[in-house]
Design a protein. Structure first.
Length: 532
């Protein structure tokens, strides 16, 4: 197995048959790079053997682009006009195909006649008679032996000879069609391709025996001989058509079909029409450009083309393998880069990815949204506030239940209302920054989901020493939710106290200790309700 084959197999069969170790991909990449370097060296060394085909690399790239655009256009036509693509891919149509290393027998810029259109709109393959290169010689006993029994006469992969040239009955996909010509010939397809429908079955008690049309009954020997003669004439006529097309293409006079003129119902509707017509124009331009290369008329085009195709195939496999070994292959890596850019913008980390002071402060917060808490600390939101007001404001980050009465009460102190409004502004700004860095976050939704003001009044009264039974009358929230909120609020007060220590703010440090003491009392922090 070649190195590029091993790389491709490692992405499919190896992944399902056994788990790959972390060291196998680098080893495979190393072998691929060595093989590619060897191929490049040999290719440069054999430059004297490519006289007349010095531009084979550029020719390959042009042909690859043409194959891609033609496949896209034909697929579009099949979806709009049925399996025959609105009369483009009908039997008898002359096309030019390229499939160097994708078949047992490769061919490049080879003329072909369609024998069978795609069976359905989902099928993307044709059956064609393809004229092989004049340099083609079948290998005895090999994959190119046209006398093999398994390749029955006029079946798929059958290789025959006529007019001193070999041809093959091949299954051609849309990705292998180089371009479609404007010529369509009348041929008897049934004499060139049998297909499944040309076989007759005869059943008996012992089983079913399949017999070809041309081996029917001995009593029809004279008719069989006449049929074989007619069939031979059809083959000779078809190969003559292919030879003429090859000669015309060598002189760049073969007519190219303009797919824009295809009459298909529903084709010229919608926004895709402009793109379709533009693609058809590009195909005509690429065909003209491809014919300008010297390699297009080189007698050993298939040989040089196969070398370049192997190199590029290996190069693509190596690129894929490098991607799998890189961070870009991680599913969440783009999100990671966006969030890291956000932290750099907000000065949590510097350009060298070193954690700054704000980043160290954010690391102290684990109970709620750390970015909001950190920004509140650095903007001095709590500097002029009382411990009870600080505790009530921080409850908005802890309480997460939906409450219809989340509007701030007018009975709250002005300083507490100012703190809550500043928190809204900070949350909105952070949401806006995240949205600007590509994160799928709506600033308003981020603010609404991060801040819940349902227990601000309750926690404020509790921090002032109001009994638990009285604060329960201030809200419709369940008592268990109130207890859980105040309990977690005590953890957040300790975390904000640690933030003040990192920043070096002793005033805030003492206020957070007082706020923790104010809420940590009575039934909320009792070890058991049954013994209180």
């Amino acid at each position: 197995m070649t190195v590029e084959g091993m790389i491709k197999r490692s992405f499919s069969e190896f992944a399902t048959q056994r788990a790959l170790t972390a060291n196998e991909y680098p080893k495979l990449l190393s072998r691929g790079l060595k093989t590619l370097a060897k191929l490049d060296k040999n290719f440069r060394h054999d430059i004297d053997r490519r006289i007349g085909a010095e531009d084979i690399e550029r020719y390959f790239l042009c042909s690859t682009d043409l194959l891609t655009l033609t496949a896209q256009t034909l697929t579009y036509l099949i979806n709009a006009g049925g399996p025959t693509a609105g009369g483009v891919l009908v039997p008898g149509r002359l096309i030019i195909v390229t499939a160097s290393r994708k078949k047992p027998v490769g061919y490049v810029r080879a003329p072909a006649i369609i024998l069978k259109s795609p069976e359905s709109e989902s099928s993307k393959s044709l059956v064609c008679m393809v004229l092989l290169s004049s340099n083609f010689i079948p290998e005895e006993g090999g994959t190119n032996d046209f006398s093999q029994k398994r390749n029955k006469k006029f079946d798929l992969n059958y290789i025959g000879c006529s007019n001193h040239r070999y041809y093959i009955i091949s299954n051609v996909t849309l990705k292998e069609v180089l371009f479609v010509t404007g010529k369509k010939h009348k041929i008897d397809v049934n004499k060139l391709y049998k297909g499944d429908g040309q076989k007759l079955n005869f059943g008996n008690k012992k089983g079913i025996r399949k017999v070809d049309d041309f081996d029917f009954f001995d009593s029809f020997a004279k008719s069989r001989s006449s049929t074989s003669s007619s069939q031979s004439q059809t083959v000779d006529h078809t190969v003559a058509i292919l030879l003429e097309a090859e000669l015309c293409e060598s002189s760049c006079t073969l007519e190219v079909m303009d797919l824009k003129n295809t009459n298909t119902k529903g084709l010229h509707q919608g926004d895709q029409v402009i793109q379709f017509r533009s693609t058809c124009t590009k195909i005509l331009d690429l065909v003209t450009h491809m014919r300008c290369f010297k390699s297009h008329r080189h007698p050993s085009l298939e040989k040089h083309y196969a070398i370049i195709e192997r190199k590029e195939s290996l190069r693509d496999a190596i690129q894929t393998l490098r991607h799998l070994l890189s961070n870009e292959s991680l599913q969440l890596f783009p999100d990671f880069l966006q969030r890291k850019a956000l932290l750099q913008t907000m000065n949590y980390i510097d350009s060298n990815d070193t954690v700054c002071v704000k980043g160290r402060v954010a690391c102290e917060v684990n109970t709620c949204e750390e970015l909001i808490v950190t920004e509140m600390v650095f903007e001095g939101v709590f500097n002029d506030s009382e411990p009870a007001e600080i505790a009530a404001a921080l409850s908005t980050l802890i309480f997460q239940e939906k409450n219809n009465g989340e509007d701030l009460s007018v009975e709250l102190p002005v300083r507490l209302l100012d703190i809550c409004n500043k928190m809204k502004t900070i949350a909105s700004n952070i949401g806006q920054l995240q949205n600007q860095h590509g994160l799928p976050i709506d600033p308003k939704d981020y603010c609404d989901n991060s801040l819940k003001f349902g227990l601000v009044h309750v926690v404020y009264e509790w921090a002032l020493g109001v009994p638990f039974s009285n604060i329960c009358e201030l809200t419709m929230v369940q008592e268990g939710s109130i207890v859980r909120c105040i309990t977690r609020l005590d953890e957040l007060c300790r975390e904000v106290r640690n933030c003040a220590r990192v920043v070096g703010n002793p005033t805030l440090y003492r206020k957070m200790e007082e706020a923790s003491i104010a809420i940590k009392r009575d039934i909320v922090f009792a070890s058991s309700l049954y013994v209180t």
